[in-house]
Design a binder for this molecule. Structure first.
Ligand SMILES: NC(=O)c1ccc[n+]([C@@H]2O[C@H](COP(=O)([O-])OP(=O)(O)OC[C@H]3O[C@@H](n4cnc5c(N)ncnc54)[C@H](OP(=O)(O)O)[C@@H]3O)[C@@H](O)[C@H]2O)c1
Length: 430
């Protein structure tokens, strides 16, 4: 690379890529001044070059041939905003092997292959920037990578999926069933046509894998993270949650323990006064605790073309500055494979159960006995008016902290009691 210019190849010209290209093409002078080198967009790889675009990009910049970008020695940086595991993992591997730097917004690739790509980059004396892969425009990775470097990170808890936060907010506020709230989120542009990745907690799991890996400098693979989506939550759970002083959020949580870490994604009852309970709409928030800094809260728009482009182009400028100074000056990550993730059964947590029972004498004693036999101690109990017609009652129980395996065993055994119709909800309490 000539130090006077940084030549960029962009992969993807969709929601994020269009905004990245737009900022690079219309704000080139300002970005170049901040970077200290001229930032030049040289090539844009897409699937279909004839597709109408929301940004004006010269036809000669567009290609659908990966080699035009990956094998062009004049391109210094590959910016990948296309998404998905393959072929993007292979493309980024190829770019790094050829000595190109990488900026990516791809959480799937970084969660599944981050440590491998970062090691390859270190070998080739180039770098991988991935600020946009977690939390859209919120400066998270750079915060860990620089500002929190003096800390031992103790825990990271986050509302990291905007779609589920929007959906849960509508269910809580309007009493909507999940399917309605999802439709509404789709209409408002906060949910994909197929919302499985978000609603099922997969997206949050990828992000937590990345955050956990960089927070503790260990390899946290998405498959090691306990995952549960929000599919089972019903409007009535929000009413009980409020009564008990909680909000319901999809929480991604990781915490350091001696020799191991906790890493889990699931819906949870969060005390109303906790900052994560107050995250509104499609916003994201990450709450970090370090041994020196104490607690830090980072909040903002976790998705959308513009906030994500802010992170991508910010990375590009940071990279350009780093190259001017010499990339070795930038702190790199090391990943310790010996520290594993604690199985969910061993995680100690509180729980909320909503149970449908026969409205007759002795039922509560039977339920209480199961809890006692599983070593689960009850913290609160609510019983609403019983239905006279079908002689059923709904009871809600919260517990004190207990190993998750015992909470699950109690749930299973209670569901099997004669007088119990079903355990309608089980939620962990944060
Ligand atoms: N959207 C967000 O709010 C957001 C937020 C944070 C992170 N991200 C991440 O940013 C990345 C891009 O997301 P997006 O929403 O911008 O996606 P998108 O709107 O679907 O755009 C994807 C772009 O990549 C191109 N592409 C896909 N596969 C390709 C392939 N095999 N070869 C060449 N080009 C290919 C597509 O080309 P065609 O246009 O020709 O089809 C399209 O231009 C993803 O990793 C996503 O997770 C997105």
């Amino acid at each position: 690379m000539t130090q006077a210019a940084l030549h960029v190849g962009l992969i993807g010209l969709g929601t994020v890529g269009s905004r990245v290209a737009e900022r690079m093409l219309t704000w080139q002078a300002q970005l170049s001044r901040r970077a200290g080198v001229e930032l030049c967009l040289r090539k844009v790889l897409v699937r279909d070059v004839s597709k109408p675009r929301t940004v004006e990009v010269a036809r000669e910049l567009l290609t659908s041939e990966p080699a035009d970008l990956l094998d062009d020695p004049s391109i210094d940086v590959v910016v990948e905003v296309a998404g998905g595991d393959e072929p993007m993992h292979s493309y980024l591997h190829r770019a790094l092997s050829a000595g190109k730097h990488v900026v990516t917004a791809n959480k799937v690739v970084m969660a599944n292959h981050g440590p491998e790509l970062l090691s390859l980059a270190a070998e080739r004396n180039v770098d991988v920037y991935f600020e946009a892969a977690v939390g859209g425009g919120i400066p998270l990775i750079s915060t860990f990578r620089t500002d929190l470097q003096a800390n031992r990170i103790e825990r990271v808890s986050a509302v990291i999926n905007g779609t589920t936060n929007y959906v849960l907010g509508r269910m809580a506020g309007q009493g909507m069933p999940l399917e309605y709230a999802v439709h509404e989120a789709q209409d408002a542009g906060f949910a994909e046509a197929d919302p499985t990745d978000d609603i099922g907690g997969f997206d949050a799991t990828y992000k937590l894998a990345i955050l956990g890996s960089i927070a503790y400098e260990i390899t946290v693979h998405p498959r090691d993270i306990y995952r549960e989506g929000i599919e089972g939550i019903q409007p009535v759970d929000f009413r009980y949650a409020r009564e008990l002083g909680y909000a319901i959020k999809l929480i991604a949580h990781t915490q350091r323990h001696p020799g191991r870490v906790e890493a889990r994604v699931h819906p949870a009852m969060v005390p109303l006064e906790h900052p994560l309970a107050q995250v509104e709409g499609a916003n994201n928030a990450v709450w970090v605790e370090g041994d020196l800094v104490g607690q830090v809260l980072l909040v903002g728009q976790g998705a959308g073309g513009k906030p994500t482009a802010s992170a991508v182009v910010g990375d590009l400028i940071d990279l350009a500055r780093g190259i001017r100074r010499g990339v070795q000056a930038r702190p790199s990550f090391s990943f310790d494979d010996r520290i594993g993730v604690i199985p969910i059964g061993e995680v100690v947590t509180r729980a909320y159960y909503r149970i449908q029972v026969d409205d007759r004498a002795g039922v509560l004693a039977a339920v209480g006995q199961v809890f006692a036999e599983e070593g689960v101690s009850i913290s609160s109990f609510i019983q609403k008016d019983a239905s006279i017609q079908d002689k059923t009652a709904e009871i809600v129980i919260t517990t004190h902290p207990t190993a998750d395996a015992h909470l699950q065993k109690a749930r299973e055994r209670i569901a099997g009691l004669d007088a119990v119709h079903e355990v309608s909800s089980f939620l962990r309490v944060f």
